[in-house]
Design a protein around this ligand. Structure first.
Ligand code: ADP
Ligand code: MG
Length: 597
């Protein structure tokens, strides 16, 4: 299904390649070839930048490495001693091979480099990662300039058989688009996009963010390496500065113009920018338009290009092509509404599923001098619904965070089925069986409703159609089946809260921890929520731990209630016991409220 969408997206390139090869005059065909090389580079960069949300200045570095690696393999042996008189003898044998071997060499060199830089870098997100990519670009440049014996330093590297057919580049460009599109929908791509939207929420559904960042980095580096090798053969002669800031900014501009987060945007932005720049370049040298003769205007191309970007960013924050893929829009029209079916089995996640009691034992948490939690202990039996109440600042959210590992406890243990989950890496806790929601909703806002939930199902081991089926079942359980195609950010508030529950449910957890699920809901929405939670409990025999201010909700829903005040547990028992407890009345409920519930 997704393959057909990806192929659809690549079709314009196939058409362009064919037309350029057989119909266009030589100079225009050359431009089409260059355009397709840019497409590979921009779509390749987008695999990393688009899915992770991390701007990269570094991908031209991979292009440079691809260019030089393939250059050394394909350089004409008769020119070798003129171009590279000091080349170490062991590298002499490389010369004189075909473009295809050149591409293999580019892939190898780029893979090794991407591996070395990518492993430590994958831990970084946001601006820190961007700065490292910038450093990477500079390092590659400096190394190329300094390695004069192999690269001719800052001088022009020449002797590569040049002259690429459109028909040679087209299949590679089309394949890049297909790969990028498939990656985006893949398990790794979806997980990374989820992390781009909200890293904490992504971790809470079991996404190993560094691993997915690394996968995207590697794939995008390889694509850019290929683009660099092709560009080298297109140019025939080049130097390190051809792969430095000018090219970096050109490619970034193309990506931003089209829209960073989609393959459609990368593809479309490249084409639009390329055409605009070519037109401006023609006018820059002086032209006659509709009978009006224009004088040469030096700098028009640069200034015009910059204006195009500024204008489009001002008018369209998400780029010319927005947040949805072209093929998704087609699919929306064609697809019948999906049905919720019972979920099939799922392969392992490498994390043992823990069942049994949830035991909170002596948990404490300090923030500097502030004691947010102190020595809190209680047990939730499988399938039980436990309410967690207490005044503002009592430590309820901190307790949920400590149990789910998002904010580790400073002391005490949390055991699930007898295993200490506090010892696990935080992204494995959800896979072991603890799903959660957040007091301040944390959705993947620019993903669809279905993708939000599918990300969780996939992180928990479901694949392909099975993941979609499970996601739809979870959406049906919270009454959102009809909304699956909408972007999460566009849902009404109450539905957003329910979507967060569906996302946690798709993990098939043993326990769900819900932090104020009814906050901000009106009475109708609250009643719907109670019905949903009751149903979940019945259908899935999941244990629930519900933090809530709404005492009516707590009293109606829960088997047991734990009361916190100032970080300590002050009472625990059935709703009736807690309601009658004088400590609770004093600390929280107040005598009037106690009468009311
Ligand atoms: P509740 O959810 O019961 O309203 P919280 O668990 O959010 O309470 O907060 C408990 C106490 O811990 C509060 O005094 C709050 O200010 C403090 N606190 C919570 N998170 C942090 C943090 N990340 N840094 C510092 N203090 C925090
Ligand atoms: Mg709270």
């Amino acid at each position: 299904m997704k393959l057909s969408g990806a192929v659809l997206l690549a079709l314009p390139l196939v058409a362009l390649g064919l037309v350029a090869q057989w119909l266009l005059p030589g100079a225009t065909a050359r431009l089409a070839t260059l355009l397709m090389i840019y497409v590979i580079a921009v779509v390749g960069t987008g695999v990393y930048t688009g899915n992770s949300g991390i701007m990269s200045f570094g991908h031209c570095g991979f292009m440079a490495l691809g260019a030089y690696a393939s250059g050394l393999v394909t350089i004409n042996p008769r020119i070798l001693h003129v171009a590279l008189p000091h080349l170490p003898p062991m590298l002499h044998g490389l010369a004189g091979h075909s473009l295809w071997l050149g591409l293999v060499a580019a892939l190898l060199v780029v893979a090794v480099t991407a591996l070395v830089f990518g492993l430590p870098m994958a831990r970084l997100g946001g601006e820190a990662a961007t700065i490292v990519t910038l450093g990477f670009l500079v390092i590659v440049y400096v190394v190329l300039v300094a390695s004069g014996n192999i690269t001719r330093g800052s001088q022009t590297f020449f002797g590569i058989p040049s002259g690429l057919d459109p028909l040679t580049v087209m299949p590679i460009a089309a394949l890049s688009v297909v790969l990028a599109r498939l990656y985006k929908e893949s398990h790794s791509g979806l997980a990374l996009r989820a992390a781009r939207e909200d890293d904490i929420a992504a971790t809470s559904i079991g996404v190993n963010i560094p691993r997915e960042r690394f996968a995207a980095w590697l794939l995008s580096a390889l694509l850019c390496g290929v683009a660099g090798a092709l560009l080298a053969h297109f140019l025939g002669a080049f130097s390190p500065k051809d792969f430095y800031f000018n090219l970096t900014f050109l490619l970034m501009a193309m990506l931003i113009l089209g829209g960073i987060s989609t393959v459609t945007g990368a593809l479309g932005g490249t084409v639009v920018m390329f055409v605009v720049l070519q037109l401006l370049r023609q006018i820059e040298g002086g032209a006659t338009i509709a009978g009006v003769h224009l004088p040469p205007m030096f700098g028009l191309t640069s200034i015009g290009g910059a204006l195009v970007i500024l204008l489009s960013m001002y008018k369209l924050r998400d780029g010319l092509f927005g947040l949805r893929e072209l093929d998704e829009r087609f699919a929306d029209r064609l697809a019948a509404p999906g049905q919720a079916r019972t979920a099939a089995g799922r392969p392992g996640t490498g994390v043992e599923r823990l069942v049994g009691k949830l035991e909170v034992d002596g948990v404490g948490r300090r923030f500097g001098g502030l004691i947010a939690l102190e020595d809190v202990s209680f047990t939730v039996e499988p399938g039980q619904v436990v309410g967690l109440i207490g005044p503002n600042g009592a430590g309820k959210s901190t307790l949920i965070n400590a149990i789910s590992g998002v904010v580790p406890a400073s002391s005490g243990t949390v055991r699930l089925g007898g295993h200490d989950v506090a010892q696990m890496p935080v992204h494995k806790v959800p896979l072991a069986g603890l799903g959660r929601t957040f007091q301040n909703i944390r959705l993947f806002r620019n993903l669809t409703v279905l993708e939000n939930v599918r990300a969780a199902a996939e992180a928990a081991g479901a694949r392909g159609e099975a993941a979609v089926t499970e996601a739809r079942a979870a959406l049906a359980a919270v009454g959102l089946a009809e909304m699956s195609g909408r972007l999460a950010a566009t849902l009404p508030y109450g539905a957003q809260r329910r979507l967060e529950i569906a996302r946690a449910l798709a993990l098939r957890p043993s326990f769900l921890l819900l932090d104020e699920p009814a906050a901000g809901m009106n009475p109708t929405e609250t009643n719907e929520l109670i019905a949903v939670l009751r149903q979940i409990r019945e259908d899935h025999s999941i244990g629930l731990m519900v933090v809530e201010h709404d005492l009516k909700l707590i009293m109606r829903l829960c088997d047991r209630i734990v009361v916190l005040n100032k970080g300590r547990k002050i009472a625990e028992g059935t709703p009736d016991e807690v309601r009658a407890d004088p400590h609770v009345v004093e600390a929280y409920i107040g005598s009037r409220a106690a009468e009311a519930v």
